[in-house]
Design a protein around this ligand. Sequence first.
Ligand code: NAG
Ligand code: NAG
Ligand code: NAG
Ligand code: NAG
Ligand code: NAG
Ligand code: NAG
Length: 808
Amino acid sequence: MKFTRGLEWGFLSVCVMGFFFMNPVAPAGAAEMPTAEALKVGSNIPPGVVASMHELLGPYLVLKAAASDNITFGFGNHSICSQIIPPLELAALGPEGYIVRGDVARGLVCANGNPLDDFSQFSIGAAFAAYDVLQRMGFSFLHPLGHTVPQQLDCASLLSANNSTAPHFRFRAFHYHTEHPLEMVDVLQGADAELPEGEGRVPWSAMVPEVQSWFTWLIANRQNRAEWVLLTTPEWSKNGFVDSELRAHRLRSLTDMGRTFGLLVGADVPIIEIQQHGWYMAKGSDKADVQAADIRTRVDWLVQRAGFDYLATESGYTEFEHPKADVMLRLMNDLADYAMKAHRVHVYIKCHCSAGQQCPGYPDPRDPSRAIDFNQLPTLASKNMGVMAHTVQAYALDDPTAGAYGNTNYGDMLDWMLWEAANDTREVVYHPETNYWVNVDIDVPLFLPLYGERRLHDLHLLAERERHLQLPPGRISGVDYFDSGWEWGSWLSDVVAAGAAWDPISKYSDRTAAFRAAMSPLARALGGSVGERVTAAVAGLAMAQGQLLIDGAAGSFLPDADEIKELSGFAYLSGRDAWSDLLHDIGVATTQVQKVNFYDHKNRLYKHVAPLLSSMNASFTPFVNELHEAARLHSPKASTHPLLQDLLDAADMLLLRVRFTATLYEASAPTTTSAERDAALALARQYISIASKTVARRMEASRVQPSSRIYGWRPNPTSYTFGYVWTVKSLYYFWRDYGMVERGSLEARVGPCYLNMQKGTDVVFGGGVYVSEALRKILRDVPFVGKLVGDCIAPPSQEYQFPRDLYK
Ligand SMILES: *[C@@H]1O[C@H](CO)[C@@H](O)[C@H](O)[C@H]1NC(C)=O
Ligand SMILES: *[C@@H]1O[C@H](CO)[C@@H](O)[C@H](O)[C@H]1NC(C)=O
Ligand SMILES: *[C@@H]1O[C@H](CO)[C@@H](O)[C@H](O)[C@H]1NC(C)=O
Ligand SMILES: *[C@@H]1O[C@H](CO)[C@@H](O)[C@H](O)[C@H]1NC(C)=O
Ligand SMILES: *[C@@H]1O[C@H](CO)[C@@H](O)[C@H](O)[C@H]1NC(C)=O
Ligand SMILES: *[C@@H]1O[C@H](CO)[C@@H](O)[C@H](O)[C@H]1NC(C)=O
C-alpha cells in the first residue's frame, strides 16, 4: 500500500476518522480506500489490532499517493516479509520479541513478532511490532483514553529502521483499581453509570469504547495483561445483578475484546476480604466445605461465564485484619488448586506491606525461629498460588518510607520477593503503584512524575538483583502496576512504568538519563526541541521531588531516620481527611506519613517545616516555568497539545499546593501578628481561587465526559459516594487545611472527624462487621473520642459546599 507524505493533512482529526467509519458512503477517491489485503497484514496479528490499524491509518490513505513515496508495509507474518525478517532470526528472540526492519532497495518496511506461548492463537509480539511502526509514523498512545494522530505520516525514516527487541519481564500487567471510583469503574463492572442527581445515566454500552481505548494503550505500551477488581453492592446482591446473566454477558464481551488485542484479562476477587465492596468468594459460612464450594462456584462463574483468563485475589479481611492462619491457608489452597486443576487458570495473591501481624505456630522458612508475617503466609500455600508483593505510594524498594503503613522502608518486601524467587517455585510478581489515590497524590491533585521514575528505578533494581543472585531467567515473572486513574498528568507515570517492564536495563547510565529515555514516547509525540525541553524539565522536577518529597532534604538539612517520620515533603503536600487524622490519633493503621501539624508549635521539628516548604517552592518553580516556556513553542493545533496542556495545569496545581501550604504555616506561625495572619489567610484564599479556575479548565478538557462521572458527587459501585477526583473539584484538601488553620468552628479545632467524607466503616473496616480490636476498645473506653468518631461513621448525605461547610 502506498502512503502519502508532504500533502496537507491539517484537516484530519479524530472526528474525521469517525466519519469514515460511521458513514458507509465512500468519499471521493474511494478507490484508494485501504482494504485488509492492501495493508499486507499477516494472519498472526490479533483481529482487534488489525481493526485498530485500519481505523488509524484509513484517513491517511484516501488521497492519491505521490509517486515518489512508494513504500509497502508488511505487518505480521505476511509472506512479503519472509525474506526481510527470516523466521529463524525472529524465533531466536523468544516469546513476544519482535523486529521492525526496512529495506530501501525493495521499498518495504516489515514488522513481525512472536506469540506469548505455543498456545496463543495470535501473536502479541506482532501486535507490539505493528504499534511500534504506528508510533514511528507519528501516532502516540500516551493517555489510555485517547491516542493522538500526526498531521502527516512519517514513513520514509522507517525504510532505514532495523531494530530487534524482546521483553525483560514476561508478566506485564496493569491492575486498574476499581475499588476506587475511577474513570471506568462502572463499565468494568458491567454496569451503567449513574450521574449526580438530575444528570441521568450513561448506559454501559456507551462506555465500552473507553475499555477498547485502554486495551489499545496497553498493547501500544507493550503490556500483556489487563486486570480489575470485581465489586458487589448491597443493591446488586439484593436484585441479583451481581451474578446475573446480563453481567456475565457484558463482562464476557469485555474479556473477549481484550483477547482480540492479544491480552490476557484478569479478575481480582477477594477470597474472604470484605473491605471496599469487594465481591468476596466465601460468603459468610465458617464451615470449610461450604466455603470451598462457594469458591468453586465463583471460580467457575469467572472463568466459564465471564471469560477471565487469570485471577488475582487478596488475603485477610482488610489490609489490617485477618482470620486465623490455618483458615486463611486452607482458603488459599482451595482457590489456587481448584482454579488450576479445573480450568488451568493461574491465581496470584496480593501480599500487603502493612506491618506487624504475626502467625503464631507458623515458622517463617526464611528464619524458622520466628513466626511468619501474615502478609507472607502465602509462602506456605500451594505452589499454584503466585504471589504479588505489594508496595504502596511512590516509594521505591530501597527508599525510606517515612513510616507509611508502619514501615521504615520496603527492604523486607524486597528480601521476601527475592527469597521466593530463589528458594521457592511459585510465581513471583512485583505489585507497586503508579498512584495511591486516598489523600496522597492524584486526588489533591499533585503532579508526580516521580511515580514513574521510581517504578523504573524499582525494575532496574530488581533486574540487577536477579543478575547478582544469578536467579534463573524468569524467576521473577514481572510486574503488575496498581493504577488509580489518569487525570492530572498521571498517565505519564503509566507510560514510563509500562516501558520499564519491557526494558529496565538498557540506557540506564544514571537516574536522570534513564528517566528521560523512558519518556521518549512523550518527547517523540511533542516533537523536536519542545519534546526535549519538556522531558528535561519533567525529569528535573522528578529528581527534585525525590529529594524533597521522599528524603525531606531541604538545603543542607537532611532529616535522620527518626525525623523523617514527620519531615518528608509528602507529609505536607498530601491531603488529610477525617479518617487519616482519626486513625493516626488513636494509633491504628497509619497509612499515611505524618506531619508536624499547623499549631504543633512545641514540636521540636516545627522549625524545619517552613524551610522544607520554601525549598520545595524554590526547587520546583524553575522546572514549572521551563515547562511553560517550552510549551509556548508548541503548536496549539497539534493533536498532542491537549496532553501538554494537561501537564502544564498539573504542574501549576503542584506549585499552588506548595505555596498554599507554605502560606498556611505562615498564617499559623507563633510569631505571626494578627494583621500578618489575615494577610496570609487572604493570600491562601487567592491560591484557592486560582486553583479553582485551573480545575474548571481541566474538567472541561477531561477525556471523561460528562466529567461529573469522575469529578461529581455520585453513587457508584464502590464504597465511596463520589468520583475519584471529586476532592479536586471541591478542592476539599485545600479547604480542610484552610479551615483547620482558620479555626472558624469547634470541630475544626478539636475533631479529627472534621469534614468527614467517607463511609469509614465500609472503606476501612469492611462493612462495620469486623471493626478492628483497637478501634472497638477505644470506642468503648474513651467516650470523648467515641463522640467525635460519630462524625466519622456517618458521612454527610449531601455533597459538601465550600467554604460554607467549614463553619457548620
Ligand atoms: C501466520 O501465522 C498464522 C497464525 O499463527 C498461521 O496460521 C499462518 O499460517 C502464518 N502464515 C504464514 C504466511 O506464515
Ligand atoms: C511503486 O511501486 C510499484 C509496485 O511495487 C512499482 O511498480 C512502481 O514502479 C513504483 N514506483 C516508483 C516511482 O518507485
Ligand atoms: C539489521 O540488524 C541485524 C542484527 O540485528 C543485522 O544482522 C543486519 O545486518 C542488519 N541489517 C541492516 C540492513 O543493517
Ligand atoms: C533502532 O535502531 C537504531 C539503529 O541501531 C537506533 O539508533 C534506534 O535508537 C533504535 N530505535 C529504537 C526505537 O530502539
Ligand atoms: C535462599 O535460601 C538460602 C538458604 O536458607 C539462603 O542462604 C539464601 O539467602 C536464600 N536466597 C535469597 C535470595 O534469599
Ligand atoms: C515561591 O516562589 C516564588 C517565585 O520564586 C515567589 O514569588 C513566592 O513568593 C514563593 N512563595 C512562597 C509561599 O514561598
